[in-house]
Ligand binder design. Structure first.
Ligand SMILES: NC(=O)c1ccc[n+]([C@@H]2O[C@H](COP(=O)([O-])OP(=O)(O)OC[C@H]3O[C@@H](n4cnc5c(N)ncnc54)[C@H](OP(=O)(O)O)[C@@H]3O)[C@@H](O)[C@H]2O)c1
Length: 302
């Protein structure tokens, strides 16, 4: 495993990976994937055990055991609610993320932090590159951008992955909401003028583990990198694809953003350019429909 230099000492330290916010969608996907990586030691922690805003608790935790990698899946993700819970969103996505970065830096634990496409304003109509200007339209995006800045400020070597439209077999997400609504409603309206790309949480978890393998092979990664599945779609087309897969009779009407007002403004265009991550990890990225079908199949089996 890796090209570690032989030091003459026999070490029984197993590479230890801490996952914060582990009961969410992404944390649960990493937990599922961890079964393929039994040579690593995974520590899955939820908010009650490891609240990332609490420096004392974090420091005690990091002092007790050597954490080689920390994957920060902890976040305030209620995009609309954030409009009325600004302080809470900034506290968790901003200050607490920065706090975790400081602790990781002090304990020399490599930090992989997750951010969002909502840092962009959606006015560019070409896939968004990491260095493109950011100008969040909503509180959630602003709080996540603050988090990126604080993480980089406290830990310039941290790796930040921006992702978009995450869904999973686990937790709450658009796919599961659509499946529920198809059973409850005869028809529904879905926005058809916001372009983006869905991300299967299982694929994102796989990419995170690839980064860890790369680090273990003495590759060095830092800064911001984008990841989503490949292709472009709208929420309407996303919903229609789910409907067709489950053969639902629910009628879906395409509507404009103006016809479907939400507390938080969303970018009209948030397709991420993933060339950088493809080059960094030498990977092909699965098409969003192919990945969606896999998730839907698993959900049917449950
Ligand atoms: N979901 C998306 O569409 C999407 C899109 C782009 C980027 N992202 C980013 O991707 C990452 C993972 O998102 P996700 O979809 O897995 O989110 P999620 O399902 O909402 O999970 C977030 C987890 O963080 C926990 N948490 C909240 N505050 C915490 C704190 N102070 N300390 C420790 N844990 C805390 C939550 O616990 P409780 O349930 O107890 O609150 C929850 O288990 C986040 O950084 C998110 O911003 C998500």
């Amino acid at each position: 495993m890796g090209n570690k230099q032989y030091t003459g000492e026999i070490s029984n330290h197993k590479i230890t990976i801490l996952i914060t916010g582990a009961n969410g969608q992404l944390g649960s996907e990493i937990r599922q994937l961890s079964h393929n990586y039994s040579f690593y030691n995974f520590l899955f922690t939820s908010r009650d055990v490891l609240p990332i805003e609490n420096s004392d608790v974090l420091n005690q935790f990091f002092e007790k055991q050597k954490i080689d990698y920390c994957i920060n899946c902890a976040a305030y993700t209620a995009v609309d609610k954030a409009e009325t819970e600004r302080e809470k969103a900034f506290h968790i996505n901003g200050d607490a993320a920065g706090n975790l970065a400081k602790v990781c830096f002090n304990h020399q634990s490599k930090l992989i932090h997750i951010s969002t496409d909502y840092v962009y304003d959606g006015t560019k109509h070409l896939p968004l590159k990491e260095e493109d200007p950011v100008a969040p339209l909503n509180i959630y995006g602003l709080s996540k951008l603050k988090g990126e800045e604080l993480v980089q400020g406290h830990y310039p070597g941290a790796l930040i992955i921006r992702t978009s439209w995450v869904y999973s077999v686990y937790g709450n997400n658009f796919v599961k909401t659509m499946l529920r609504l198809f059973k409850e409603m005869e028809s529904l309206n879905v926005v058809n003028d916001q372009l983006g790309c869905p991300t299967n949480g299982a694929n994102l978890a796989g990419v995170i583990m690839k980064f860890i393998e790369g680090f273990e092979n003495n590759n060095s990664y830092s800064g911001i990198v984008n990841y989503c599945n490949s292709g472009i779609t709208t929420w309407f087309d996303f919903a229609l694809t789910i409907k067709e897969f489950v053969n639902s009779s629910c009628v879906i009407h395409p509507v404009s953003t103006e016809q479907y007002p939400t507390p938080a403004k969303r970018p009209k265009y948030s397709v991420l350019d993933t060339s950088k991550i493809k080059t960094m990890l030498h990977i092909e990225i699965p098409d969003w429909k192919e990945s969606l079908y896999k998730c839907l199949l698993t959900l049917q089996e449950i």
